[in-house]
Design a protein. Structure first.
Length: 127
């Protein structure tokens, strides 16, 4: 079976955010148990949705770059469809493995750095 590269992004209901690490582990084991490889996993956290989904304005985003065969991809697709917590998923075929931080992850890191920089100033203002 031929292995192909894919980028999979899925969004999880915000009430199920605490389940995300377990979901990631489950999907990772599905991929690796079938001889696939995981090149990158990014947890983008809760983000604003572009449009409302099931009356929700925010959801928890996860992006995975993997290498697997069609049977494994079908199994993952099935797992996404039958997991009520997964609101949407997108699978894109890639030409090669992506391992560096995605533009979205860089944005997440910038936001976290801004928050961290703002924190000491807030505590100084209270003193």
């Amino acid at each position: 079976m031929s292995m192909r590269h894919y980028e999979i992004t899925f969004i999880v209901h915000p009430d199920q955010s605490e389940q995300v690490p377990a979901m990631i582990e489950k999907y990772k084991s599905t991929i690796t148990s079938h001889g696939g490889q995981i090149h990158r996993i990014e947890d983008w956290g809760r983000r604003q949705l572009a449009y409302m989904i099931e009356k929700l304005a925010k959801a928890h985003y996860v992006c995975m770059n993997i290498e697997c065969d069609q049977a494994t991809l079908d199994e993952l697709e099935h797992a996404f469809k039958f997991n009520d917590a997964v609101l949407r998923h997108l699978i894109v075929k890639m030409k090669k493995a992506e391992t560096g931080p995605s533009p979205m992850m860089k944005e997440v890191q910038r936001e976290e750095a801004k928050k961290a920089a703002a924190q000491p100033q807030a505590s100084e203002a209270q003193a």
